[in-house]
Structure formats: C-alpha cells, structure tokens
Design a binder for this molecule. Structure first.
Ligand SMILES: Cc1cc2nc3c(=O)[nH]c(=O)nc-3n(C[C@H](O)[C@H](O)[C@H](O)COP(=O)(O)OP(=O)(O)OC[C@H]3O[C@@H](n4cnc5c(N)ncnc54)[C@H](O)[C@@H]3O)c2cc1C
Length: 511
C-alpha cells in the first residue's frame, strides 16, 4: 500500500516547487490538488504570449541538467519524454562597458576574443576560455582550471551534503567529509575574497562572480560556498529547452497529470484554517478540506496574509529584517529584424559594478550605471518570434521596494535602450513592434512577493541552509512549505529539489 494512500493534499501555488512536490506526493498515493492564483501554472516561470512572440517571463537559463534528470528519473521518466534540450554555444556573451583594454586594432580573431570591443564569449570549449583568460592576465588560464577543479569538488560535496540532504542542525554541517572539503575553501568567507585569491583582473573576477545574480546576492554578501556555481556554468553547460522554460513547466505539470494531480488555475487561497486532518483552505470559489496543506507561495505571504497571528512561525519584524534578493526591471520586446551582435544569453557589465550592487543592497535606488542581462531565445528557437523578428528580454536587477511609477519606467526604459545601443552596437529603438514592461509592483501583485522581490530571500550566510525558513510550519501541524524561500533555495533546479525535500518531510511525519 502506498504511504499516503487516502490522504488529501492541497498545494497552494503552482510554481516549480509546488508542481514538483505535487508529483512526489501523488506518486506516494496522495490525492493532490494544486490551486494557483494566476491564469497559468509555472509561477515565476510563466510565459507571456503577444502577437506571435513567446516570452519566458522569468527564468531563461536551464542550468544543472543533472537535477532535471534526477527529478524525472524518480518517476522512471527522462526530460526528453517532455521537452528537447540544446546546449548553447556560446553559453553566454559578456560586453564590458569599459572597452579600454580591448585587443589591439589589428587583432582579427573571431568574436569571443577581445577584438570586437571588449567582449568575451564563454563557450563549451574550455581550452578556448583559458586562452581568453590568459589575454587578460598571465597564468589565468591555468588558474581557471584549478578554480574549476575546486568548484567541481564543492559541487559534488555541496549537492550531496547541503542540497539533497536537508540538514537542520549546525553540527550536521561539521561532519568529517564536509569539514575536510571546507578546509582551504574558507566556506564562510565572501565570494569577493574567494575570487580575489585566484584572479587579479577585475573583469575575470566579474566573470567568476556574475552567477551570484542567480542566487540573488552580491559578491560581498554571498558565502564562498557558492563558488560551486562556476562548475554549473563552465562544466555542466548552459542548455535551452525548446519553446523556453515554460516547456519545462508544462513537462512537470504533464507528469503530475499522469500521476493523478489536479490543477485549478485562477484560484487564489485567501486563508488557511484548521489543522492536520481537518484543514480549511478558503478560496473565492469555496472551501477545500484537505488533510494536509503545502504552500508554495512566498513564505511571508502565507505567514502574514493566509494564517492567523497565533499560527505564524515568524512575526512581521522577522520579515522586515531579512535580506531580499533583487527585484527586476524587465522589458519583453518584439523586434523587427536581427540582433546579431547579441548571443542567446548576453550580459552587459560596467567595469566597476560595486555601485550597482550597493544600489541593490546598501542604499536602494535605481542604478545609474547598471549591470544587466539580455536574452534572445530567437537566436536558437524559430518558434518564439514571427519570421523576420527577434525576441528580446531585458532584465535589470534593482532593489525591491523602490518607488515604481509609469514615469520612472518610461525614463529607465529609454536609458537602458540607449545603453544597449552604446555598449553592444545593437540599436533597436526604432524596430520595436511589441513591448511589455514588468517591475516591482507587478512582482508584488502577480506573485504576492514581499516588497516585489523577484527571487525571494537572498542567499546570504545568515539565510543559507538551516538558516532559511523550514519546510515544516513551526506552529501548524500538517502545514508545509516548498519553493525558493525555503531550502535549498532560489532557482528552478533548487525549487525542483525543494519539492522532493518537502515530500520527504511529509512522508517522515506520516510514516
Ligand atoms: C526574472 C527572473 C529570472 C530568473 N532567472 C532564472 C534562471 O535563468 N534560471 C533559474 O534556474 N532560475 C531563475 N529564476 C528563479 C526561478 O524562477 C525561481 O527561483 C523559481 O521559479 C521559483 O519557484 P517557486 O517554487 O519558489 O515558486 P514561484 O515561482 O514563486 O511560484 C509561486 C506561485 O504561488 C502563487 N501564489 C501566490 N500567492 C498565492 C495564493 N494566495 N493562492 C494561490 N497561489 C498563490 C503565485 O502566483 C506563483 O504562481 C528567475 C526568476 C525571475 C523572477
């Protein structure tokens, strides 16, 4: 007999974590219903379709393919049963705004060298990347290899001990294997210091640190432990699911259907009452009465808006005092013609990006000289834009909670498009045929996110692993949490794993 046979579960929120845990719980025999406030499943990984353009609204980097294989493998499936993957080459392109150190004028090498303005292509060819590193700093090619070797070790230990195993006590982190790996890593130091130990050139430091943006942190506030992200980026590769990230969402939702999960979109939860075995989940369409509830909404929203004060594990001061990952200013642009200077993934970085991080974490303000990201999936996929057009998504990380008005958006939009033209040579200003903007207030209203954060709780040292809010509610038996605010944390792969960890907790408690 299956462990959860006869149990009913309502999952509130159809983001990656909610969809993942629904699969595990249904597979264990539970009767699972996912209720999602928005019109589609996927949460931050939603899709916006306008006039033949299909935009991924949030995640666009398919990283850690091993995690997706394991997820589908847990149900005797593979990702290829649901979507098709292509490895990107280049993985991504970086334009440095300061081109002072570009290659000499007679350098005629391919794009990817520094000959065409100061830009770098990171490709699956590590030898080529090492040569590029050498151009910036003598010996940096070999150093990159050493760095990546360490990063690989940390990834392997990190995934085993920190990510797939949910350790809730500090002493669990100090077991021999972990401690051995931690020596020499200065696990708890900052990424800034860690990278400086290897590379002197500021641009090389940036290349090694940009992945922190995926974790919602800055080089100063993210622990060195996360250097494992370089293994993810350089060694495991950057992939693209045909149709965009929403194809992954659809795949997970289809798997859930096959396992018996039911989905209600356009159905928000407005309150969670009762307790294990006798819950009441209020919705405008009537009450649901499950035995167990799993919430995939932002943790603060469930605690502050759906539970009564005596049911909350944390008070308002707790949420007020957290460090939140950035929000984002997003432009979804349908563009006539090509944008050939841009790769599928392109980063545009000021040489000194400290001011930008300060404007997110220290003195919140709209950044004057931002570091930003451009995504052009139409470089890889013909189906995401009408023929003869490009699909371009612009993402500028900004502090959550900033004033967000139509006038500010207008002005910022113009500044960013001018910046793109200046630093990438791609002027799209008179070729835009479709345009949507998405910013702080939209994150707050569409996803109920705290202060409009795009990603949730940042991965600072004090908000990593056992210091993140737990899967089990502190006050309400039978109420669980899943998704980016709990462990292991932010990102599509992490939220998939979060689904597995939450289901494990439920099985332990009911077993
Ligand atoms: C702009 C952007 C770019 C990103 N880029 C990447 C990337 O390239 N690669 C990557 O791996 N990750 C990326 N991420 C991060 C990744 O998308 C998230 O970490 C992940 O998708 C979050 O999943 P989740 O399980 O926390 O659920 P969420 O996506 O947060 O979904 C929660 C769901 O709960 C719903 N909800 C809220 N309140 C209620 C309610 N009261 N009742 C019912 N439903 C409710 C919301 O509508 C939402 O659908 C990006 C995120 C953003 C925003």
């Amino acid at each position: 007999m299956q462990a959860l046979a006869g149990e009913s579960v309502v999952v509130i929120g159809g983001g990656i974590g909610g969809l993942s845990t629904a699969c595990y719980l249904a597979d264990a025999g539970a009767d699972v219903r996912v209720i999602e406030k928005n019109e589609q499943l996927g949460g931050r990984a939603s899709r916006l379709e306008i006039e033949g353009f299909r935009f991924d609204m949030g995640p666009s980097w398919y990283l850690m393919p091993d995690v997706f294989e394991r997820f589908f493998g847990d149900f005797d499936r593979t990702p290829s049963d649901y979507y098709r993957l292509t490895q990107l080459d280049p993985h991504y392109r970086i334009f440095f705004k300061d081109s002072a150190e570009r290659g000499s004028a007679d350098d005629t090498s391919e794009p990817g060298s520094r000959a065409h303005g100061d830009r770098v292509d990171v490709t699956p060819d590590l030898e080529r990347t090492k040569e590029i590193f050498e151009e910036y700093e003598d010996g940096a090619g070999e150093t990159l290899e050493r760095y990546l070797e360490k990063s690989r070790e940390n990834y392997e230990v990190g995934m085993k001990h920190f990510v797939y195993e949910d350790r809730s006590r500090l002493r669990d982190y100090l077991d021999l294997d972990v401690a051995r790996q931690a020596r020499g890593l200065t696990l708890l130091g900052s990424m800034q210091d860690h990278v400086e130990n290897y590379f002197d050139h500021p641009k090389l430091q940036q290349i090694m640190q940009y992945t922190l943006v995926f974790l919602g942190g800055s080089p100063k506030n993210t622990p060195a432990l996360y250097n494992l992200m370089s293994h993810v980026d350089f060694n495991l590769g950057v992939w693209y699911p045909e149709g965009g990230m929403k194809s992954v969402v659809d795949g997970i939702a289809d798997l859930g259907r096959e396992l018996g999960v039911e989905y209600d979109t356009g159905r928000p939860a407005t309150a969670i009452k009762g307790r294990e075995g006798a819950f009441l989940v209020e919705t405008p369409e009537g009450q649901l009465r499950p035995d167990l509830v799993v919430s995939n909404t932002d943790y603060a929203h469930t605690e502050q808006d759906l539970l009564k004060p005596e049911q909350r594990g944390y008070d308002a001061d707790y949420w007020e005092s957290r460090t939140y990952a950035p929000s984002a200013f997003l432009l979804y642009l349908g563009v006539e013609g090509d944008v050939d200077e841009l790769a599928h993934h392109t980063l545009v970085l000021p040489t000194d990006w400290e001011d930008h991080f300060d404007s997110i974490f220290e003195e919140p303000a709209w950044p004057d000289d931002p570091a930003y990201y451009l995504c052009v999936p139409s470089e890889t996929d013909d189906d995401v834009a009408p023929e003869g057009h490009s699909n371009l998504f612009v993402l500028v990380p900004i502090a959550p909670g900033l004033e967000d008005t139509p006038e500010i958006r207008d002005q910022y939009r113009d500044e960013i498009l001018a910046d793109i033209a200046e630093h990438t040579g791609t002027d799209i200003r008179d070729r835009i045929v479709v345009e949507e903007r998405f910013c702080i207030d939209d994150f707050a209203s569409r996803y109920n996110s705290y202060d409009g954060t795009a990603l949730g709780l940042a991965h600072t040292l004090r908000q990593t692993a056992l210091f993140r809010p737990p899967h089990r509610s502190k006050e309400v038996d039978g109420l669980y949490f899943v998704g980016g605010d709990t462990t292991p944390g932010i990102g599509v792969p992490m939220c998939l794993i979060s689904g597995e960890l939450t289901a494990e907790k439920i099985l332990e408690d009911r077993g």
